[in-house]
Design a binder for this molecule. Structure first.
Ligand code: PEP
Ligand code: MG
Length: 564
């Protein structure tokens, strides 16, 4: 049995699909028969086109015609006569097909990536994809394609990037195992949104688990059982049944208000990553959206989405939520979220780098487009749409954002929406009383706040012992922000994964938290947890917790309290 991070609850039983990143290195050699080498190249092109056409057909069904059409560019570059002549010419002069393909596509790649025009520069990524596809075929390697897996697949990958998860075929994936990532890494968050059991940071998973092996993924306890015995299978099938029954029991909380045991009303909203997730969140009985991570909209596109495209996406969420509140976060690019067409520089410390509002204020045309789209959607929805700014570290940043929004409002006549900030850096936490003067609301982003407070990367298993929501420093920070918000009279929410941690529910209630923003799949359980506590009892727990000195003491005390 292997152990890892319990990133997404549930039991998955299926067949391992180990997606090893292919080794596309080769030794250049002179082929004996140039004609045969040309044929080998033609066969690779034909196969690539056939595979891409099949992919387009599938994508048309799943993501729509427009998105699928993007793949047409791949076919154009595979068939391009200029490239074909160049490759054949090189083969005739004595090169092997791998080298001829590599050189020809590299030349086109360099040409496109050096062009002034953004649109042309973006084609460089298509050229690179075609080169990878052709080389993989010539070298007899399989590429990772998470969109075409057979039923009951357990995906085993070194790292699951947010863009890979965007492709994942949720119906056929029974579980996910990775070698990297923590509970609050974006892959974990997406796995939970897709409700696929997942265990992350399992050392050497891609070499220890064999393709085709039967595997059990226990996402609740962070365990992976390769080639399970009949006894194991029986045990885990029973657990899967129990998990399904527990889920059913939560149905009693559907359609109910979110209230504490003594009747104090709380707001329970959802974290989503794209407009369709709003349907999922509604199905899970959310009371609005507390965090729409708009960067996923940008990640799913091939170029910056236009103002109209963004407006349509934001409006869709607002309309789906009817009169419920919707908070949309502006582009939080950087950190572990790359958007290839933005051509961000590689950085030594991306989580401390040019991220989120820093990028947006440095690229004001794109930021204006997003703010305008948001304000249009807000005007259309009757004012229930609030704008949230990620990674704010200084008061100057939020003032600049306000100024931009006011300027747009003046020029367009669009009403100024409520603007708030995420509190996810220590500086924002310490300056919360001042930030409150320029903010209509706060939302505490503990996923990041913990990593910056504790100086421990949220995805690094070696420092996971420091990355603890229970750490007294983290709890003091949260209390300070809630108090600063209360003094200023602005609403405070918490949208990090901590908001759905049942152990911490009494602490957050005791601190006076008003708004809990959680993954759709955690809504009913969080409602149940909130209903278990009266404010007075919760305050007692919160008060005691603040007298404790270490994360271990806090965790032990909260576990004890939960048992009572
Ligand atoms: C957070 O940091 O807590 C948060 C909600 O944002 P993200 O997880 O997208 O960084
Ligand atoms: Mg964050």
């Amino acid at each position: 049995m292997y152990e890892g991070v319990n990133a997404s609850d549930g039991i998955g039983i299926g067949v391992a699909r180990v997606a090893v990143e292919p080794d596309l290195s080769f030794t250049p050699h002179a082929p004996e028969d140039a004609k045969a080498e040309e044929e080998r190249y033609q066969a690779a092109v034909a196969k690539f086109i056939e595979q891409t056409n099949a992919q387009i057909e599938r994508m048309t069904k799943t993501v729509g015609e427009e998105a699928a059409a993007i793949m047409g560019a791949h076919i154009e570059f595979a068939e391009d006569e200029g490239i074909r002549d160049m490759v054949n010419g090189s083969i005739e002069s004595g090169m092997c097909a791998e080298q001829a393909v590599s050189e020809a596509y590299d030349m086109y790649y360099n040409m496109f990536s050096n062009m002034e025009d953004e649109l042309f520069r973006e084609r460089a990524a298509d050229v690179a994809d075609v080169k990878t596809g052709l080389l993989a075929d010539l070298l007899g390697q399989e590429l990772v394609d998470l969109s075409t897996l057979p039923e009951n697949s357990i995906v085993v990958v070194r790292e699951l990037t947010p863009s890979m998860t965007a492709d994942i075929d949720k119906d056929n994936v029974a579980g996910i195992v990775t070698e990297t990532g923590g509970r609050t890494s974006h892959s974990a968050i997406i796995a939970r949104a897709l409700e696929i059991p997942a265990v992350l940071s399992v050392a050497d998973a891609t070499s220890n688990i064999k393709n085709g092996d039967m595997v059990v993924v226990d996402g609740t306890n962070g365990k992976v059982i390769p080639t399970p015995s009949d006894h194991d299978l029986e045990h885990y099938r029973a657990k899967a049944k129990q998990y399904a029954e527990e889920k059913l029991a939560l149905e009693a909380y559907r359609g109910k208000e979110t209230v504490t045991a003594d009747g104090e009303k709380k707001l329970l909203v959802a974290n989503i990553g794209n407009p369709d997730d709003a349907n999922v969140a509604s199905e899970h009985d959310c009371e609005g959206v507390g965090l729409f991570r708009s960067e996923f909209l940008f990640m799913d596109a091939k170029e910056l989405p236009s103002e109209d495209e963004q407006f349509a996406a934001y409006q869709k969420v607002a309309l789906r939520m009817k009169d419920q509140p919707v908070i949309i976060r502006t582009l939080d690019v950087g950190g572990d979220k790359d958007i290839p067409y933005l051509h961000l520089e590689q950085e030594e410390n991306p989580f401390l780098g040019y991220r989120a509002v820093r990028y947006c204020l440095g690229n004001q045309d794109a930021f204006r487009t997003q703010l305008t789209a948001l304000m249009r959607a807000g005007a259309d929805s009757g004012g229930q749409l609030w704008i949230m700014i990620p990674m704010v570290t200084t008061v100057a940043e939020i003032k600049q954002v306000r100024q931009l929004a006011e300027d747009i409002s003046q020029k367009t006549g669009l009403p100024l929406p409520k603007i708030g900030t995420m509190i996810e850096t220590p500086s924002a936490m310490l300056m919360a009383d001042v930030l409150a003067k320029y903010c209509d609301f706060f939302s505490i982003g503990t996923n990041d706040l913990i990593q910056y407070l504790m100086a421990a990367d949220r995805g690094n298993p070696n420092v996971a012992y420091l990355y603890q929501p229970c750490d007294p420093a983290v709890l003091r920070a949260i209390q300070a922000v809630i108090q600063a918000g209360a003094r200023a009279g602005i609403p405070v929410g918490l949208c990090g994964e901590m908001a759905s941690d049942a152990m911490l529910t009494p602490v957050l209630l005791g601190f006076g938290l008003e708004r809990f923003s959680v993954s759709p799949s955690a809504i009913l359980n969080t409602r149940r947890e909130i209903s278990r506590w009266s404010i007075q009892e919760a305050q007692k727990v919160a008060k005691h917790v603040l007298t404790l000195e270490t994360a271990a003491e806090v965790a032990a005390y909260l576990a004890e309290v939960r048992k009572r």
